[in-house]
Design a protein around this ligand. Structure first.
Ligand code: ADP
Ligand code: ADP
Ligand code: ZN
Length: 214
């Protein structure tokens, strides 16, 4: 069965961590607009250069850009999509609805990952990722088994994101509450919303998501 879901929550809620587990366990396709934008930035495309400063400040890039990125990927099809970090505005949510409609797909669930703001600061300031395979780690809650070496692929290219600092996080949280949190009401009204306790341990959050997906 193909299912399409959105992981909705503030920066640091655990969206990427859970998306990777769903990819591994269910063969779903992760569509992270944050990852796509960072890839564009690293490859130095015109669009990448345009969004680099906006991302560093922690502001949202334009709807037009992220909708364009998602449109390309949806056409590829797959075993069900996990929208990770998209949509982030009501305009993006409407556009996603239309894109799914056009391609004869439906949205099966919106998982709201609830985490309080204090926990988010700790999540973000302790986050690092493997530059080779993308595995997500945390200094305290999910360290590597061997210091400086990725558990999954053995790479030593572990890095921190340029925008994972307290100042940028403040802006990202404001953007979340102003522009993204209205999506909670939007999807509740559509009958799609399932909240999970994002403060629980990683495996417990996965269990709650699995229960929501049936
Ligand atoms: P986090 O993991 O902290 O939730 P992301 O990796 O999803 O962050 O996003 C990083 C940055 O990329 C955001 O702060 C924003 O600048 C940009 N971005 C990612 N997705 C979107 C989107 N759907 N709409 C607008 N900007 C986005
Ligand atoms: P998002 O994609 O929503 O920004 P991430 O999945 O990157 O969030 O997680 C943010 C940080 O919190 C990472 O360092 C990750 O290892 C850690 N983390 C994720 N889920 C949990 C959890 N349930 N408990 C403790 N730490 C977590
Ligand atoms: Zn790795």
């Amino acid at each position: 069965m193909t299912i399409n879901i959105i992981l909705l929550g503030p920066p640091g809620a655990g969206k990427g961590t859970q998306a990777r587990k769903l990819v591994e366990e269910r063969g779903m396709v992760q569509l992270s607009t944050g990852d796509m934008l960072r890839a564009a930035k690293d490859s130095g495309t015109e669009m990448g250069n345009k969004v680099a400063e906006v991302m560093a400040r922690g502001e949202l890039v334009t709807d037009e850009i992220v909708i364009g990125l998602i449109r390309e990927k949806l056409a590829e099809g797959g075993k069900g999509f996990i929208f990770d970090g998209f949509p982030r505005t009501l305009g993006q949510a409407d556009a996603l609805g239309e894109l799914l409609n056009e391609t004869g797909q439906v949205l099966d669930a919106v998982i709201e990952m609830r985490v309080d703001d204090e926990a988010l600061v700790r999540r973000i300031t302790g986050r690092f990722t493997c530059g080779n395979c993308g595995e997500v780690y945390h200094d305290e809650t999910k360290p590597t088994a061997k210091p400086g070496v990725c558990d999954v692929c053995g790479s030593t290219d572990l890095k921190r994101r340029a925008d994972d600092n307290e100042e940028s996080l403040r802006t990202r949280l404001l953007e979340y509450y102003k522009k993204t949190s209205p999506l909670i009401g939007y999807y509740y009204a559509k009958g799609n919303l399932t909240p999970v306790n994002g403060l629980a341990e990683i495996d417990e959050v996965s269990r709650q998501i699995a229960e929501a997906l049936g």
